[in-house]
Design a protein around this ligand. Structure first.
Ligand code: FE2
Ligand code: FE2
Length: 207
């Protein structure tokens, strides 16, 4: 039973492709096929695959149907977390959120989102702890720090709860691969798992 992770599949079987890099960079050419082949080679029915956000360009569940069918057909148990481009994911709430923050300064907006995510993350840790779990792996869609910082509320929380690993995505395109922490820091192992960075080979997180 192994645990795998990858993010930023950005599937678009039924929806218009929105990222320029995805149209012209070689690594994205037939990436759905490459990833499917790699999964078939590595992942068995007993394994788990965590998809850490930005699954689909579809804006509604209807527009994502084929993308979800593709994901459902991959081997193993799949766990999906929400990415910033996953508009299908309770789009009403996303819209309400955008409206609510429309007039705010961008920085203030980002700060509020981070604070909200930290509250949710703490709730997840507390729920896991209450269920008796003592070993943790933290999956994020966004990188745990911004490009200039080497610590954040997310790294602090990983350390506070003793998470062994932090897996994140969102940074794709070569210029962004090193935007945040990689490797071990204060006892936590940080890894970027965006799909193009991994060349569409799911990362083995645990054996
Ligand atoms: Fe993405
Ligand atoms: Fe993203």
């Amino acid at each position: 039973m192994s645990l795998y992770a990858i993010g930023d599949l950005h599937l678009h079987f039924q929806s218009p492709l929105k990222a320029r890099a995805q149209m012209k960079e070689r690594v994205w050419k037939n990436h759905e096929e490459k990833f499917k082949r790699n999964c078939a080679r590595l992942i068995t029915g007993d394994d788990t695959l965590v998809l850490v956000g930005d699954h689909s360009w579809g804006r509604s569940l209807d527009e994502c149907e084929e993308d979800f069918r593709y994901i459902a057909d991959l081997p193993g148990r799949k766990i999906l977390t929400r990415g910033n481009h996953d508009m299908f994911w309770d789009a009403a709430k996303t819209e309400a959120l955008n409206e609510r923050f429309w007039d705010e300064e961008a920085e203030e907006h980002a700060k509020r989102l981070v604070e909200r995510e930290l509250v949710r993350l703490r709730a997840s840790f507390e729920a896991a702890r209450a269920d008796g779990y003592r070993k943790y792996i933290m999956f994020l869609h966004y990188p745990p720090t911004n490009i200039l910082e080497d610590g954040s509320g997310f790294t602090k929380m990983a350390e506070e709860y003793g998470a062994e690993q932090v897996i994140y995505a969102h940074c794709h395109g070569e210029a962004r691969f090193h935007d945040s922490i990689e490797g071990e820091k204060n006892g936590v192992l940080y890894s970027l798992a965006s799909g193009d960075y991994l060349r569409w080979q799911p990362m083995r997180v645990l054996d």
